[in-house]
Design a protein around this ligand. Structure first.
Ligand SMILES: [Zn+2]
Ligand SMILES: [Zn+2]
Length: 135
């Protein structure tokens, strides 16, 4: 399967070939500060990913950087340790065929919302959630 996506203004467009991870919501402070809410992200191997346009990168920690469109500001990618690039699910074109299957860093979530979708929640990082691959 080939999925496509991009930013709000269209200056950045990307293509992902093959399986993508189910969508996981991250409630960490960095995701909240950079996105305005929590982030919902899928991921794919870097070699499955191709981008057109200019992605602006912000180094958000010692081990990760966040990619966004420098024109419209849309947050698009999280690039950290590991073989996969995280791709923010809201930037994908419909239909994605993906499902949100869990929440991580819920200990850092905002106090203004409740997580009530019945999917697993982890207070911090949880590789059992973030390394699964769609069948
Ligand atoms: Zn843009
Ligand atoms: Zn996060």
């Amino acid at each position: 399967m080939i999925r496509t996506g991009g930013c709000l203004c269209g200056a950045v467009r990307y293509t992902v070939k093959g399986p993508m991870r189910p969508v996981i919501a991250c409630h960490c402070t960095q995701c909240r500060r950079s996105s305005g809410h929590h982030v919902a992200a899928t991921s794919a191997p870097r070699e499955a990913f191709a981008v057109e346009g200019t992605v602006t990168w912000f180094r958000s920690s010692e081990t990760a950087q966040r990619g966004f469109c420098g024109v419209c500001g849309a947050p698009l990618f999280w690039d950290g340790p590991g073989a996969n690039l995280s791709i923010f699910a809201g930037s994908l074109d419909d239909p994605t065929g993906l499902t949100l299957t869990g929440h991580i860093f819920t200990a850092s979530k905002g106090d203004y919302y409740t997580i009530a979708d019945g999917t697993p929640q982890a207070p911090g990082a949880d590789p059992s959630l973030t390394t699964q691959v769609d069948p």
